[in-house]
Ligand binder design. Structure first.
Ligand SMILES: Nc1nc2c(ncn2[C@@H]2O[C@H](COP(=O)(O)OP(=O)(O)O)[C@@H](O)[C@H]2O)c(=O)[nH]1
Ligand SMILES: [Mg+2]
Length: 407
């Protein structure tokens, strides 16, 4: 994961100065937690979108109006394709085609914590071309951030250079994108170097992407976030919530697996696969919270929770009451213990807080009783492992347990 300093290097030097100035305005004590934020950013598109969704709430309540990001560049370089990658609502999608001049007017749409503007080609000739070019520049003047896009195959020639210089004069923060890099993968370095030479910038100041394939999009997003502390603040505020959601997904997966393994009742249950599942879970949660721990240390941590003993005690108590088949009891307990263990390690990595033995016992009992009731309603006889796994997954996903545990 790049640091905010590394991201700043992606900006052409005039913008880099601008961004440094903006960040200087952030009080010293607030700066380093914000810079930490970049380390926690997910690189993949889906989790990244989830994070942005969570950040919207913080952004809207604190800063109000969305920032505007405009995509500017010659016709047919892939501006509308990139626009569509960021836009949320299907109805806002722009028309994309190989025919130059498909986009005739500016189009603005919600892209989460900012608004994205697609523009017509800013290089066209003739009367229509001039009007379109004027529209594109109007959008650029109104925007807070510019994405200047060129085509990797077309390269940067005089027309592109003129456009670049006109945009420089606007004195807005911007990044330079070289799109359609998928078409020239083998010569990526050469193509980027040539474009950099023509634009008189360093090669690292050009982001090579493929809007069509969705490659390099997270770098674009990180640049937009890095250019604006208010966006970074919103992301930083959403990060704990985001981590909890991701961790909770991991907990559900492991708890479901544990339930399937435990279908073979406890006295004979194979503890090895169960503890492997739990060690895997602790390692995953540690990774989500940026902790580096060894499997041995994870095993130790699980030991300190003392849930193994608690599970056995619960099993004995509940089986004495009768009326519940052993497989149901052991699956419900295994799922609950794994979930409680995951939750406790989440708190441990997040806040360094140790859940008390009493609280853990309470949680385990409550969760086991919920699981028992729900599983009893689903299964009249012992199901296959696969069916048990998906039933537990569903129960944990739909229940308000996450909220009751994590809030
Ligand atoms: N191979 C490839 N084609 C692309 C990419 N981005 C856009 N295109 C294609 O380029 C053409 C023009 O795209 P469009 O988004 O309409 O360009 P615009 O005129 O700049 O808005 C379309 O046929 C797109 O499918 C890319 O990253 N790789
Ligand atoms: Mg277009």
């Amino acid at each position: 994961m790049p640091t905010s300093n590394e991201i700043q290097r992606w900006f052409p030097s005039p913008s880099r100065e601008f961004i440094k100035r903006v960040w200087k305005a952030v009080p010293e004590k607030d700066r380093s937690p914000l810079e930490e934020t970049f380390k926690g950013l997910p690189l993949d598109r889906n989790p990244l979108n989830m994070l942005i969704d969570l950040a919207i709430v913080h952004y809207k309540t604190t800063f109000g109006k969305s920032r505007k990001v405009a995509i500017i560049g010659p016709t047919n370089v892939g501006k509308s394709t990139l626009f569509n990658q960021f836009v949320r609502a299907k109805s806002d999608q722009a028309v994309v085609s190989p025919i130059p001049g498909t986009t005739r007017i500016n189009q603005e749409a919600d892209a989460g914590i900012f608004a994205m503007i697609d523009t017509p080609g800013a290089d066209a000739v003739g009367a229509v071309g001039e009007a379109e070019c004027e529209a594109a520049f109007a959008a650029a003047r109104e925007a807070d951030f510019l994405i200047l896009m060129f085509d990797a195959l077309q390269g940067v020639k005089q027309t592109e250079l003129d456009l670049y210089e006109n945009l420089l004069a606007l004195k807005k923060p911007f990044i330079i994108i070289l799109n359609k890099i998928d078409l020239t993968r083998k010569f990526k370095n050469e193509v980027v170097a040539k474009a950099a030479e023509n634009l008189k910038v360093n090669p690292e100041e050009i982001l090579a992407v493929s809007a069509l394939k969705g490659e390099g999009l997270s770098n674009i997003l990180m640049s937009i976030i890095a250019a604006d502390p208010s966006l970074t603040v919103s992301i930083a505020r959403a990060l704990p919530q985001y981590r909890q959601k991701i961790a909770w997904r991991a907990i559900i997966t492991s708890a479901s697996l544990a339930a399937a393994i435990a279908l073979t009742p406890l006295p004979v249950i194979d503890f090895i696969p169960l503890s492997a599942t739990q060690i895997g879970l602790v390692l995953t949660i540690a990774r989500i919270y940026d902790y580096k721990i060894t499997p041995a240390r994870a095993k130790e941590l699980i030991g300190t929770f003392g849930l193994g003993l608690l599970g056995r005690t619960l099993f004995q108590q509940l089986s004495k009451l009768g009326g519940v088949p052993g497989w149901l009891l052991s699956s419900a307990i295994a799922a609950s213990m794994t979930a409680v263990m995951g939750y406790s390690s989440m708190l441990w990595f997040e806040k360094g807080e140790r859940v008390s033995a009493k609280a853990m016992t309470e949680m385990s009992k409550r969760l086991t009783s919920i699981m028992l009731t729900k599983l009893k309603a689903v299964f009249k006889r012992k199901p296959s492992k696969r069916k048990m796994e998906s039933a537990v997954n569903e129960i944990l996903s739909e229940s308000e347990l996450e909220d009751s545990l994590t809030e």
